[in-house]
Design a protein around this ligand. Structure first.
Ligand code: ARG
Length: 464
């Protein structure tokens, strides 16, 4: 019998039951559902709405149900529709009449609003750890590659020399913002909605502050209609997740390019690559490709939620049951992606010679030659034109700037003297870029120290 069957004269059609049920996916929130019910029962007893002995029975039974679920001794049913009514049914089966009192001054509407928040809170904690682990991996790698010179690109054309450390730290910064966005999501998520009931609150004298404290929330929701129908936190999470995946996808794209024979900047470890069923020679960067591909599904999750919510009148509507699969998918995808990314990077071998060679070949020091002329008194715009001429000469004669002899240089500008060769050395080019935020090893070393300190500081404020 359905918990809500009182006003019905017919049994639910099997198709209705299947279509309506969410247990297949919301079962994953059973721990949160039980934690919420325990806090609610304690509060009901404190307020004299149920007896202390009844509360004890309810709490004990709920704890048993949790254990039995954990050990696989209880089975959810589609008949009981969702995680909330499945657990309530288990409770009533266990302790009978007393179990029927738990749902006093509560609705599945505020119950589900609570459960998703509790669930997402736990997941945010784990995702935060995974981001920090990836950032630590980047820091460790960057420390090893302060003087690993590589070409920096714009338009996918070689632009100026940088270091691998500097390149990796660009991703560190993206992840830093991702982590901040995640923490920001948490701030608006951590509101306790119980007491909103179906939509209009309740006449029972509830102590919402007590429930808030029991469940470690920062605040209680301020409006009962909003309390049951707000899913902004899920949207914010999926926005965070989409941006994070976009960052990982950009990184993946580079790893894929860098592992091509044409680049050969990176050699992924065998343990984090896969082969081809037909081409025996192949070693493919599948993990990076999958992260890039999965970015699409997380964007899809965000769009699902945005579209789901866009025309919903207040307050709860059953449409909102559709929020979970999208949210869960985003959570799962982000976790899996972060989980493989760190070891894939940590075990990769960077081909330092190839990278340095690539930095040397393609006029990446042309800007430096212009800067050299500026230092000798020429206006930058004139220097740009002079170097343009020298580059053209090199292209026509299949040379690079380092290879021009001094007499040829003098034809382009008498300001160019012997010291130009040292100035054009790509390592020198990187070393002199000491501007804050620049790639010079001493600047990146300071950036690494600051980044390490930042990691320690955000670990300190680890969420409960
Ligand atoms: N399974 C529902 C959901 O996920 C729980 C809330 C149902 N409330 C209701 N009045 N039908 O949204």
């Amino acid at each position: 019998m359905k918990l809500w069957s009182g006003r019905f004269t017919k049994a639910t059609d099997r198709l209705t039951e299947d279509f309506n049920a969410s247990i297949a996916f919301d079962a994953r929130m059973y721990r949160q559902d039980i934690a919420g019910s325990i806090a609610h029962a304690k509060m009901l007893a404190r307020q004299g709405i149920i007896k202390a002995t009844e509360k004890d029975m309810i709490v004990k039974a709920l704890e048993e149900i949790r254990e039995e679920l954990e050990e696989g001794q209880l089975e959810f049913t589609v008949e009981a529709e969702d995680v909330h009514m499945n657990i309530e049914t288990f409770l009533i089966n266990k302790i009978g009449e007393v179990g029927k009192k738990l749902h006093t001054a509560r609705s599945r509407n505020d119950q589900v609003a609570l459960d998703i928040r509790l669930y997402l809170r736990d997941e945010i904690h784990e995702i935060r750890e995974l981001i920090l682990t990836l950032q630590e991996t980047l820091l460790d790698l960057a420390k090893e590659h302060l003087t690993t010179i590589m070409p920096g690109y714009t338009h996918m054309q070689k632009a100026q020399p940088i270091s691998l450390a500097h390149h990796l730290m660009a991703y560190f910064e993206m992840l830093r913002r991702d982590l901040e966005r995640l923490d920001d999501t948490f701030k608006r998520l951590n509101y306790m909605p119980l007491g909103s009931c179906a939509l209009a609150g309740t006449g029972f004298n509830l102590d919402r502050e007590f429930v808030k404290q029991e469940l470690n929330f920062d605040y209680i929701t301020r409006n009962s209609l909003d309390g049951v129908s707000d899913r902004d936190f899920a949207l914010e999470f999926c926005s965070f997740a989409s941006i994070l995946m976009m960052h990982l996808s950009r990184f993946s794209e580079e790893i894929i390019l860098w592992s091509s024979e044409e680049f050969s900047f990176i050699d992924l470890d065998d343990a984090f690559s896969t082969g081809s069923s037909i081409m025996p020679q192949k070693k493919n960067p599948d993990l990076a490709e999958l992260v890039r591909g999965k970015t699409g599904r997380v964007y899809g999750d965000l769009i699902t939620l945005l579209t789901l919510m866009k025309s919903l009148p207040l307050a709860y509507n059953k449409d909102m049951q559709e929020d979970k699969e999208a949210l869960f998918d985003a959570v799962d995808t982000v976790k899996k992606s972060l989980l493989v990314f760190a070891p894939m990077l940590r075990t990769a071998k960077f081909n330092q010679e190839r990278m340095a060679k690539a930095a040397r070949g393609g006029f990446t020091n042309a800007t430096d030659l212009a800067d050299y002329l500026v230092n000798k008194g020429m206006a930058f715009r004139d220097a740009h034109a002079v170097v343009g001429q020298a580059v053209l000469y090199c292209i026509e004669n299949k040379l690079v700037l380092e290879e021009l002899d001094i007499s040829t240089y003098q034809e382009f500008s008498p300001l160019i003297t012997e010291d130009v060769y040292k100035y054009l050395d790509v390592l020198e080019c990187v070393n002199r870029r000491k501007v804050p935020g620049g790639p010079a090893p001493e600047v990146v070393t300071r950036a690494l120290e600051a980044a390490g300190a930042w990691i320690r500081s955000v670990k300190d404020v680890q969420r409960k």
